[in-house]
Design a protein around this ligand. Structure first.
Ligand SMILES: Cc1cc2nc3c(=O)[nH]c(=O)nc-3n(C[C@H](O)[C@H](O)[C@H](O)COP(=O)(O)O)c2cc1C
Length: 188
């Protein structure tokens, strides 16, 4: 699959078929993810694959919304695997244990890149994913018995898509998001 096609056609998939994702598929996925770039090649990512049905149920119970159900709830409960994207904290963006820029928690940036690698690779393999960020991270950390110094960041239900790929929600145009030399000056 061409990269351009993968970028344009990857969608958040919230309905999966009953076919389970295999361990071999997941291994192939992670073989791509491990080549993602990260701060100083620190690779602070850790991935916990939830397969146990009881654990999947409990993780899904941590999903939250200001009102109503998180839209990923149903597919998460039915998924054959949830990938919990976690990080070792205090390393990415840090020198001698201290944050080295105005921006902190660069592990979020590294994990974002790794997550996009995962979602694009999954799409290339014919698998569907949805990134879930709105959940109770502390409850999730406890369920996974994450050691001190590690944080869960996102949960990715993964499966074989049961829906046709549609155009995604609208995006900003290039003209709306690119500036030339000074903020507010149009380039395109
Ligand atoms: C960091 C992040 C957090 C997200 N959290 C949720 C979530 O909690 N629940 C959900 O259903 N979708 C979630 N999404 C999916 C977005 O809603 C979806 O990617 C966006 O609407 C664009 O649609 P597309 O992925 O089909 O292009 C999240 C996506 C990202 C990148």
């Amino acid at each position: 699959m061409e990269l351009q096609e993968a970028i344009l056609k990857r969608r958040a998939i919230r309905r999966f078929t009953a076919d389970a994702v295999t361990d071999e598929e997941l291994q192939q996925l992670f073989e791509a993810v491990r080549w993602s770039p990260s701060w100083s090649n620190s690779q602070v990512w850790e991935f916990v694959v939830a397969r146990d049905r009881n654990l999947i149920q409990k993780l899904t119970e941590t999903y939250r919304m200001p009102k109503g159900l998180n839209p990923a709830t149903k597919c998460s409960l039915a998924a054959s695997a949830l990938i919990v994207v976690c990080a070792k904290t205090g390393i990415s963006g840090c020198y001698e244990g201290k944050e080295s820029t105005k921006h902190t928690n660069w592990y979020m940036f590294d994990l974002g890149i790794a997550t996009q690698t995962l979602c694009l690779k999954a799409h290339e393999m014919g698998l569907g994913t949805v990134v879930v960020g709105l959940f109770d991270h502390d409850s999730c950390n406890s369920l996974l018995a994450l050691p001190e110094g590690y944080e869960s960041v996102a949960i990715i239900p993964i499966g074989h898509p049961a829906v046709e790929v549609k155009a995604g929600p609208a995006r900003k145009t290039v003209a709306e998001m690119v500036h030339l030399d000074q903020f507010g000056q149009k380039m395109f």
